[in-house]
Structures are given as C-alpha cells and as structure tokens.
Design a protein around this ligand. Structure first.
Ligand SMILES: NC(=O)c1ccc[n+]([C@@H]2O[C@H](COP(=O)([O-])OP(=O)(O)OC[C@H]3O[C@@H](n4cnc5c(N)ncnc54)[C@H](O)[C@@H]3O)[C@@H](O)[C@H]2O)c1
Length: 440
C-alpha cells in the first residue's frame, strides 16, 4: 500500500528519508523554510551531498513521487503522515534548542485544524526523553484544537543513519525503533517499514527517545576510548593496530553485551589496580587521557550514590547481602560492597552482612587473612544465616546476585526497604513494594 507522506526539514535526515520513502513507492512532499532546498528537490536535485542521493532524488522527481514546497498547510492536507526532521541544535549553554520543533508543531497543528481526517505525526529529530509528550503533543493539541489519540496520533521514530552512508543505513538500519503511547498508533509505521529488513522494537516514547542518545553517547565513548588507547600504545611503542585487532576479536567480553547492564560499581583484584597502573604510566609519559582517568572517579561516585540512597531512608539498621565484589567468589580485594559497608559504619549505621561464599568458618588462606588484618570490624558483622541478617535490617541491600528470591520472600516484611544494587533480573527480584535500585 502506498502512503502519502509530508516531511518537514530537508536537511540530512529529511532529504534522505524523503528520497528513500519515494524510492519505496510512497508519495512524498518535502517541506522546508529554505526556498533554495525546496527548489533543488523540486527540480530533481539533491539538497545535500551524499552517496546515491542524486540518483534517488532524480528517480523520485521523474516518477512524480517526490516533490517539495514551503507551504506546510498544503503538505499536511495532502498527506496521511507528517515526519518532523528539523534540526535540534545546541544553544551556547549546551541545552537543546527546540525552537524549530515548536514552530513546525504549531504549523502542523494549525493545518490539522481544518483537515477533518485522522493524521499521524512522527518525530524523527533527536530530542531528550520526555520532549515528545511534554512539548510536541501539547503544541499540536493547542494549535489544532484537537485531541491526541482521538483525531491525531504522535509516534517517535529515531533515525540511525550515518552521514556518508546515509542511504544504505536508511534502507538497512541496525534496528527500527517505534515509540508510541499506544501500540495501535504504530499501524501506519509498520506499513511504511514493512520492507525494511531489520529488527523492529515497539516501545514507549521516552525509551525510544533515550535509545537514540545512548547510541550516540556510546559511539562517542568508543571513539574516545580507541583514540586514548591508540595514543597510549604509540607512546609505549606498541603497535595499536595489532592490539586492536586482537582486542576486538573477543566477542565474549570485549565486543559484547558483557558489562553493559546498569548495576553496581566494579571492583575486585584486577580492574581498579590495572586502571591505576595504566593511568599512572600515562602520567609518567606526560599524556592526558581524560576518559581513562575518569573511570576511577566515576566508579567512586557510584558507591557514593549507594551510600546516599541508604542515608536518604533515614533508617540506620542495615542488612547487606553480599560482601565479595561479585557472586561466586570469596575475593574481597577492592570489593565496592566492602567500601559501602565501611562508609555506612562511618555514618553510624548498624550493619549485618550475609555472603554465601564469604563465611569466616569456610574461608581459608589469603581471604581469611584479609578479613582478619584489613577489615576485622567487618568480619565480626558476617553471618552465614540469610534469614537472621535480613530480619536485622530496616533497609536490606541486595549486593549480590546470589541472593535467592524465594528465600528472601520468606523473611522480608512490608516495612523493610530493599535497595537492589546489582540489578537482579526482574524474574529474580523479591516481590516487595519498596524495592529500588540506584541506576534502574
Ligand atoms: N545528520 C545526521 O546524520 C543525523 C542522524 C540522526 C539524527 N539526526 C537528528 O535529526 C535532526 C535533523 O538533523 P539534520 O542533520 O538533518 O539537520 P539539518 O540542520 O541538516 O536540517 C534541518 C532542516 O530543517 C529545516 N527547518 C528548520 N525549521 C523548519 C520549519 N519550521 N519548517 C520546515 N523546515 C524547517 C532547515 O531549513 C533545515 O533544512 C536533528 O535532531 C539531528 O540531531 C541527525
């Protein structure tokens, strides 16, 4: 089924989307405030320099599927769906400038006032979570005098194309993300994307808005990381290309979902120590590597958030489940759980600790010595009895994935507050009303 689409903003995202939708057989009316861009598209020339765009725009012009106008009202009247692809630049402060979105929303709203037919508005520009529902929808309702969900619907559909390969990315994106308040609002978008062979995620509008930012921020982290590692390699006289080739071949831990779930701070005998060694070496080489140097303070800040979350409860009897840095080990070196307990004791809290793998009776060798010599005051708080520890706390901190849901359920009472630091899988969380995390 061919749809009629109006598309606001004929910059990189808008003109590529316009040309590709026309190529897929839909009728597209591009709208821009720039008469020069409108004139170019109207005469079959691409307003941007981008691979395959000249051919696609010429093809759309020849078939009569692709046209452009500065007349927003006509474009809305003559289409079923309006895509909003206008710019969202930074203000001097870094704050997002929504003025173009607000202006287009007003124009589309006014045009809808007299249309008398259901319309779908799809925001494609990058906006912070909450913007579609708190800015776009209210402006559309006010300008049109109509109700969202009744006379028109709004969806959020972020764009993942990269300039330079925008057309092929548009036709084969990593995924298609469709955000809506009600899944039924997505029907026209399913129709539109049915020939695009990529996974489709239906989700809420704020999640769709956030995924776009998370993707771009992560890409920036990857570039910054690669460049800092490359710089370090060069100054150490190590072949960075050879390092990278081997590093990225690990799809189990390196290029994988591992370590990407929000949870508690990192610790243990390797990560903190190795980060210190590498950033210290960088300093000796007179190198400034802000990303690598930021990781230890970032981790410490995460422990601070856990301490703050406990203190905010205004309760001082604390049960901590988990002492080692992760489940399945008794290694206590640089465990963030140990740091958390030390901080809570310093704040005057009464703490009891349970850990399946760390029980003084079972411990041998270096870990027993570590407890006895480095943290003897924590050793005396340890118990192997989960029920006794849970019952002792007004606040129960889940600091290990080893805590058993059904066992917890038998001893938790409704008055207790549960703070889950490790972000247990939903199916494994204790069913408890007052259960929250610090980053989920
Ligand atoms: N460039 C990319 O690769 C890319 C990729 C994904 C998402 N995005 C996001 O998509 C959005 C658009 O990015 P872009 O690079 O295409 O921007 P752009 O600046 O190239 O184009 C925006 C266009 O909107 C037009 N415009 C402004 N006000 C208008 C109005 N009232 N009516 C009609 N047109 C109007 C401008 O004249 C301009 O042609 C941004 O939010 C951006 O963050 C960009």
């Amino acid at each position: 089924m061919s749809l009629s689409i109006s598309l606001f903003g004929l910059g990189y995202v808008g003109s590529v989307s316009a040309a590709c939708f026309a190529h897929m057989g839909h009728r597209v009316i591009g709208v821009d405030v720039s008469p020069a861009k409108v004139e170019m598209l109207s005469s079959g020339r691409s307003p941007i320099i981008e691979a395959s765009m000249s051919e696609l725009v010429a093809e759309g012009h020849a078939s009569g599927k692709l046209e452009a106008t500065t007349d927003a009202a006509r474009a809305v009247r003559e289409s079923d769906i309006s895509f909003v692809c206008v710019g969202t630049p930074s203000l001097r402060s870094g704050k997002l400038d929504l003025s173009h979105i607000e202006k287009v929303a007003g124009e589309i709203g006014e045009a809808l006032r007299g249309k008398g037919k259901h319309h779908t508005v799809v925001l494609r520009s990058t906006v912070l979570p909450g913007t579609t529902e708190s800015v776009l929808i209210p402006i559309l309702e006010k300008a049109s005098g109509l109700r969202h969900g009744v006379n028109f619907t709004v969806c959020y559909n972020p764009e993942f194309m990269r300039e330079g390969s925008a057309v092929s990315d548009f036709l084969k994106p990593p995924y298609t993300i469709l955000g809506a308040i009600d899944r039924q609002h997505l029907a026209p978008l399913h129709e539109l994307y049915k020939e695009v062979a990529s996974p489709v995620f239906e989700t809420s509008i704020p999640v769709a808005e956030m995924v776009k930012y998370v993707s771009n921020v992560y890409h920036a982290v990857k570039v910054g990381f690669a460049n800092e590692i490359g710089t370090l390699c060069k100054h150490l006289g190590v072949d960075s290309q050879a390092v990278t080739e081997i590093f990225i071949s690990d799809r189990k831990l390196n290029i994988s979902p591992a370590y990407l779930s929000p949870g508690f701070a990192f610790g243990g005998s390797c990560l903190p120590k190795d980060l210190r060694a590498i950033t210290h070496r960088a300093k000796e080489l007179d190198l400034t590597l802000p990303l690598l140097e930021s990781l230890t303070p970032s981790n410490a800040e995460h422990v601070n958030r856990a301490v703050e979350a406990v203190l905010r409860t205004n309760r001082r009897k604390i049960a901590v489940l988990g002492l080692s840095f992760k489940a399945g080990t008794d290694d206590l070196r640089e465990s963030p759980q140990v740091q958390l307990i030390k901080r809570l004791l310093g704040e005057g809290c009464q703490v009891k600790v349970w850990d399946k793998d760390v029980s003084l009776g079972r411990l041998a060798g270096s870990n027993r010595q570590y407890i006895e010599e480095v943290i003897p005051h924590i050793g005396s708080l340890l118990s192997a009895d989960l029920e006794e520890v849970v019952r002792s706390g007004e606040v129960v901190i889940v600091g290990t994935k080893a805590a058993d849901k059904s066992q917890l359920a038998t001893c938790l009472t409704p008055t207790q507050i549960v703070i889950d630091l490790v972000n247990l899988d939903r199916s494994r969380r204790a069913e408890h009303d007052a259960c929250e995390g610090i980053c989920w």
